[in-house]
Design a protein around this ligand. Structure first.
Ligand code: M6R
Length: 605
């Protein structure tokens, strides 16, 4: 949430900041702003509600040169969407941008008597004023005093009026990465803004201060002692963060799924079965546990729901899935015999991170499935299995979901093998079936044009229902989320047998029902449920395997996926559900990649 960039160096700072903000815009796009030292070494602020394009057009009128500045793209938390609430905030000698939430801003406002000084309604401006009160010429002392007083999460980039060319940054929870490059010193809330300039970077450690100048970047602890940054390498290329000819990131990322799956699966195959030796994940992690607890948010949580339905019947141990924002405030029934699996694309989702910390404090073993290298969740969990989806830019998660599934399927297979629920040949067969799902996904992607007509009816409706049984129910949850988030159509997923316990009252003439029926052992039951909604006039879109026997006239639209073992149908089904959401968003002329009120990485509670 909120994109942050800072630059000091020989190049034109405004250009670098604005380009960086475009890269970071997926983190929040309510407003954007920059601040820079102008030719007279005065700080100049430009900020505006709306997207970065708005800001760019205003900045195009600026003529002076700048070599040091900070930029921000906002996802509103405290205070509405207004120019005043946009960052950067000026407070006396301080100019600051912030990602996170200052929880005690109200108390600080009273304590420092700031009410009359505030130009905005934001917690960030309060932090700026408190910092200014402490500033007597030493950025380090002032920042240290500020940190002693604020509670919450933050990534700050700060400039002081009397320190031209210098940027100071500090963080707690909210991510920041930094690098000194041939083009100068850069800091950002995530790597996408750095990759045009460098492959090497470091994650700013919490409660450490980074100082950027045009010729160097230095890291120190809060006492001012120099600390060596732990350098890391980016293994993404610029192309993967660009649209590459696709009209939207989401469509590009849907297309990237087969390749991403291969990247996640193939390097982890040894003698035909999953092997995590290179990930340093020992088999004892899988044999020691007596239960599994999966924790995540949104799409990642839905991947966990699929994993539960997949794992329990094979492993015969309880698998629980928790929503991270609930789990973190529970008194969970987990212990040192529990394997806690944390799933997160960004590795920065605050609720998921808090849940991880709680699980560790209960003595549980933790394994994170994460896409972004070096992210906080990846660093803090006992073990990490990286998915190799490359950067996912569209707010609606697509390829991250399918690689999370692939990772979970691999874990499930390895666990079944080491717990002697699968023989070697069963494990091999499982993996072969998993690999077969990749061409099945490709088939559905190739046929995408055929699916455009699917949405003609949907986009005229206010409500859509998804239903399925078993694994199909888990897939439905994700289908409904995807549709809601980018088409703004209300969508609900139901276990098909549950519909008649109340919700069927909403099924009237032409109400769309997307019925997923790929599980053979409940296929007949599913078809009965489809008949029930059809009898009430529903407009049925039915998704089955290629050779499923379906009577004429049952569905208004029938989509068939290649015949796969039931356990693997999620992969082609996911593509269809993603495409339905995508075309519905296009059909309603909405912003596919940056839907309203959302942001890619949710680093606030
Ligand atoms: O980065 P994470 O995987 O932790 O993010 C979790 C959710 O915020 C995310 O999956 C969200 O639900 C997506 N926008 C859904 O498309």
């Amino acid at each position: 949430m909120c994109g942050i960039i800072g630059y000091s160096g020989p190049l034109e700072a405004r250009d670098i900041l604005l380009t960086g903000l475009s890269q970071l815009e997926y983190r929040g796009y309510d407003s954007a702003g920059i601040a820079y030292f102008d030719t007279f070494s005065d700080i100049h602020v430009v900020k505006k509600i709306g997207k970065v394009a708005n800001l760019k057009s205003i900045c195009a009128l600026e003529t002076d040169t700048a070599h040091c500045g900070i930029g921000h793209t906002r996802w509103a938390t405290h205070g509405g969407v207004s120019d005043a609430n946009a960052h950067p905030h000026r407070a006396g000698k301080v100019t600051l941008i912030h990602n996170g939430i200052i929880e005690n801003y109200h108390g600080l406002t009273e304590e420092f008597d700031l009410e009359d000084q505030l130009a905005s309604q934001t917690d960030s401006e309060v932090a700026a004023w408190v910092l200014d009160r402490f500033y007597e010429g030493s950025p380090l002392d002032a920042i240290r005093h500020l940190l002693e007083r604020i509670q919450g999460s933050y990534g700050f980039c700060i400039m002081f009026d009397d320190r031209p060319g210098e940027i100071y940054a500090v963080r707690s929870i909210s991510p920041l990465v930094a690098s000194y490059t041939h083009s100068g010193a850069l800091i950002a809330s995530d790597l996408t803004a750095l990759i045009p300039y460098t492959r090497s970077y470091f994650v700013v450690p919490e409660h450490h201060i980074v100082k950027l100048t045009g010729y160097k970047i230095s890291l120190m602890d809060l006492e001012g002692n120099a600390v060596s940054p732990e350098m890391m390498k980016v293994d993404w290329n610029m192309d993967s963060a660009m649209k590459n000819g696709f009209p939207h990131f989401m469509l590009k990322e849907i297309h990237e799924q087969p390749e991403a799956l291969k990247q996640t699966i193939l390097p982890r195959m040894a003698k035909g079965i999953p092997d995590f030796e290179d990930d340093r994940i020992p088999d004892s992690l899988f044999t020691r546990c007596s239960q599994i607890h999966i924790i995540a948010c949104g799409t990642a949580m839905h991947a966990g729901m699929v994993a539960k339905a997949l794992m329990e019947p094979v492993l015969r141990i309880p698998v629980t899935v928790s929503i991270a924002s609930e789990f973190r405030y529970e008194d969970p029934l987990i212990d040192e015999k529990t394997l806690v699996m944390i799933i997160s694309q960004s590795g920065e989702t605050i609720d998921t991170l808090a849940a991880l910390r709680l699980a560790k404090s209960c003595g549980s073993m933790t394994l994170a499935i994460v896409n972004v290298k070096g992210s906080t969740i990846a660093r803090e969990s006992d073990y990490v299995l990286y998915t190799h989806a490359g950067p996912e830019i569209a707010v609606a998660s697509t390829k991250a979901y399918s690689v999370q599934l692939a990772a979970l399927y691999m874990i499930s297979c390895r666990m079944a093998f080491v717990r002697e629920k699968f023989t070697r040949s069963e494990a091999k067969a499982f993996l072969t079936e998993l690999l077969d799902a990749i061409p099945a996904m490709e088939t559905m992607i190739r046929k995408k044009e055929e699916e455009k007509h699917l949405v003609t009816h949907l986009i005229q409706q206010n409500d859509v229902f998804f239903m399925g049984r078993g694994l199909d129910y888990a897939f439905s949850l994700e289908g409904a989320l995807k549709l809601k988030e980018i088409s703004y159509i209300h969508a609900e997923a139901y276990a098909a047998g549950e519909l008649k316990h109340g919700t069927i009252a909403l099924i009237a003439s032409k109400v769309p029902v997307i019925a997923i029926a790929t599980q053979e052992h409940v296929f007949a039951k599913m078809i009965s449920n489809v008949r029930e909604v059809k009898a009430r006039g529903a407009f049925v879109i039915l998704l089955t395997k290629e050779h499923a026997a379906v009577e004429e006239g049952l569905a208004d639209i029938h989509i068939r996926i290649p015949d796969l073992d039931d356990r693997f149908t999620v992969f082609p089904i996911a593509v269809i559900l993603q495409l339905i959401a995508y075309y519905a968003s296009i059909g309603k002329n909405l912003d596919v990649d940056q839907p309203r009120n959302l942001a890619k990485s949710v680093t606030v509670e």
